[in-house]
Design a protein around this ligand. Sequence first.
Ligand code: THG
Length: 375
Amino acid sequence: MNSNKMSKIQIAKAKRLRSTPYTSRIEKQGLKAYTTYNHMLLPAGFEDSLEDSYYHLKENVQVWDVAAERQVEISGEDSAELVQLMTCRDLSKSKDGRCYYCPIIDDQAGLINDPVVLRINQNKWWLSIADSDVILFAKGIAIGKNFNVKIIEPNVDIMAVQGPKSFPLMEKIFGKAITDLKFFGFDYFDFRGTKHLIARSGWSKQGGYEIYVEHTESGLELYDHLFEIGKEFNVKPGCPHLIERIESALLSYGNDFDLNDNPLECGFDKYVNLDSNVIFLGKEKLKKIRSEGIKKKLMGVIINLDKINMSQSIQLKDNENNIIGEMRSAVFSPTFKKVIGIAMLKKPYWDVGLEFNINIEGVSTKGTICNIPFI
Ligand code: THG
């Protein structure tokens, strides 16, 4: 009832809520909903149901307008030092032509963003950002440090090609070289005389590519071409998928975590390097957190329900009505036939198997804590 009413409310477009080069196309291709991301339109659903698009993504190939994953380009002689200062991941051995998933933190180790960092070369980096204004943070640091860098948001509009059939589809256009690309590697590939930066990456675990379109006209031709020759692979338009991403535990900045959480609480331990000699903001604070131990932790939850509609976090309680954490994202999973979610649990309540109570739209029910990813 509520959600039906909600869906009739439209979002008013304006210059401030930026369109993408693909907007007119996706609107003709059955787009049903937008969300906003980096002050830009991000498609959030097409005419297929959430479940139909889930199975479609897992079996076929989809093209996504993810231009809202904006680039912060940092170039110049101090660029490597600035990028390192912003992330707790050690980039001292990073290589040209590689992507790095990097938590960006402030001096208190609070998470500013979790971009994919592309090392184009030692003096030119792209931070492919999640939904927060990284460019202002970068500029602030650069000004304060008197760095010799140029920081811009270039005209780059990513289209993602995701799903198992993305490999034969992309091979048909770009040849075998594209299937040789390693996970999180990128290179330049020719399409009708124009070079496009293409990475083997994307916000799904179904495999695929991201095309960082700098030459819009050629990019739009490529977009149309993907749909033209993709027919044999059952290509459809799509967008980051709520069920798939929760099952895969691809975390979403602003939903699952934000400035009030640190990387160790979010399970980003792999991307936290405290024992090398690189210099970054928040390093001392993170060392302190590591030695004292974290006080909350992101976990999975499973709830015996067949639907849920979330737009804010929901408290989790124990039998004595103590708040033990909060669920931040959730969706019904057709694979588990239950609601699965991502929750921040307070110490000492993050034990796998622990039961909790949760009240959803007036109905009280029980759930269980589990590890992520679900799949
Ligand atoms: N692609 C690009 N930019 C992005 C995203 C993207 N910017 C915003 C947002 N997504 C950033 N968040 C993530 C989260 C997870 C991953 C990528 C971006 C990801 N993680 C892999 C995993 O979890 O298996 C691998 C990380 C690794 O180990 O290096 O892909 O999707 N361009």
